[in-house]
Design a protein around this ligand. Structure first.
Ligand SMILES: [Zn+2]
Length: 437
């Protein structure tokens, strides 16, 4: 079921992008008017004090290096290294980390910076608990120069594989990138559900591109400085959008009062706590509970860019400021998002394999605390609960010898961090095999 969901999403994304590309190609004139507007994307800027704001930025970088042919040897351009490999791409959430501004002799440094970024990300819950659901692929992009544009100062220009640059759109901490170049390199990984660009820089900065619709299936790009210990938070916030489908919980002065319909996102609402509780919607199940980001869950006015008319669940979660935790509704949405790409149960023996009583069957439960139940021809075998290795000879088979039997394993993550019954089915996975005597 997870497989199908993942493939269907990918197909839909491919179709959408193909349609868009065709529409754009059809509409584009054969010439470019002088000073014609470059395509722009919605991006987020992250200030050093943790504050977040939004702007738009060009999707094309002026600092893209010309392709360097011949750099395809091991350790060269486009090489893919698994930093974390927990399983096959169909059953895991695949994170692709691409380096920029790393010269040929700095690719080892890139991999080390990428691994450090993943450590920063997985220090934050729910990543810490759910790290077994992820693969992480490091894609080497060899840049002719070391470092990126705008570091240390605005006048510094370096042409790099992905064209990363600080001072994007005149904002020092905004680290932009060339979206098409990112996609070309991301395509080299076996699968890309999430893309992080690590720039060879110690300067604080980054960007969150959260309206990306790549043909590869990823929906956001986070750019971070590889050598800056606080920039991993940028990627965590960005995945709040791409994986958790969460709204921003910050607001702008002067934006006025929100007048629209109830927003779709799980973490902002037009409803006050009383009305939310009465209607049993949004984060009503979490109201009054202590939240990991501090304080209790309630309805705090301001969020979704509006200072009034919209409410957020807690005072200050990571969807409002960097350096924070997800709040309870955010954590729930993230876990559900992880499971939309990854399954709670895998096995080295492919489902559907024909087995005999001489065989041994093993399964893996990537998330701590996952419950496991075994079924023989649909009947639960309570003595096998929680067993991840099974000698099939121990099963008591009845009926005619010629009749095949069905062995099934069902794994469920019972985490109390997911309270919405509509999300619970995502937390269960099952596999079945055939058994003959
Ligand atoms: Zn955001």
């Amino acid at each position: 079921m997870h497989l199908r969901t993942k493939a269907a999403t990918r197909t839909a994304a491919v179709l959408l992008t193909t349609t868009l590309a065709a529409a754009l190609l059809g509409a584009a004139p054969a010439w470019s008017a002088p000073g014609a507007a470059q395509p722009r994307a919605q991006v987020e800027v992250f200030a050093e004090d943790g504050g977040i704001s939004r702007t738009t930025a060009p999707t094309v970088s002026p600092y893209l290096a010309a392709p360097a042919p011949g750099l395809t040897a091991p350790g060269g351009d486009g090489d893919v290294t698994p930093l974390v490999r927990n399983g096959d791409t169909a059953s895991k959430l695949d994170v692709v980390v691409i380096g920029d501004g790393y010269a040929a002799q700095e690719q080892e440094k890139f991999r080390s910076d990428a691994a450090e970024k993943w450590r920063e990300i997985t220090a934050v819950e729910p990543y810490a608990t759910y790290r077994g659901l992820f693969n992480v692929w490091a894609v080497s992009a060899v840049s002719p120069e070391s470092g990126v544009s705008g570091d240390p100062d605005r006048a510094t220009v370096r042409h790099t594989a992905l064209g990363s640059y600080f001072w994007c759109d005149g904002v020092e901490r905004l680290l932009c990138v060339d979206e098409k170049a990112v996609e070309r390199y991301a395509a080299k990984a076996p699968q890309a559900d999430l893309v992080i660009v690590v720039a060879n820089s110690t300067k604080y900065g980054g960007a969150g591109y959260n309206d990306v619709k790549s043909a590869l299936g990823y929906e956001g790009i986070a750019t971070v400085a590889g050598g800056n210990a606080r920039s991993g938070q940028i990627a965590v916030h960005e995945t709040g959008h791409s994986l958790g489908k969460l709204a921003d919980e910050y607001a702008y002065d002067g934006q006025g009062a929100y007048q629209g319909e109830e927003p779709a996102e799980a973490n902002i609402s037009t409803l006050t706590a009383d009305r939310m509780r009465d209607q049993g919607v949004k984060w009503s199940r979490w109201l009054g509970k202590a939240s990991p980001d501090g304080g209790t869950v309630g309805t705090y006015e301001g969020g979704g860019y509006y200072p009034t008319g919209l409410y957020r669940p807690t005072e200050n979660s990571i969807m409002r400021s960097l350096g924070r935790e997800f709040n309870l509704p955010g954590r729930e949405a993230m876990i559900a998002g992880f499971y939309r790409h990854a399954t709670p149960l895998t096995s080295p023996t492919p489902a559907g394999t024909w087995l005999t009583p001489a065989d041994r069957l093993t399964v893996d439960l990537p998330v701590p605390g996952t419950l496991l139940h075994w079924y023989l021809d649909g009947r639960e075998q309570p003595q096998l609960r929680g067993r991840t290795a099974l000698d099939l000879g121990a099963l008591h088979l009845t009926g005619p010898r010629s009749r095949p039997h069905l062995v099934s394993a069902v794994a469920t993550d019972p985490t109390p961090a997911v309270a919405d019954p509509a999300l619970r089915p995502e937390l269960t996975g099952s596999l079945s095999w055939l058994l003959t005597r």
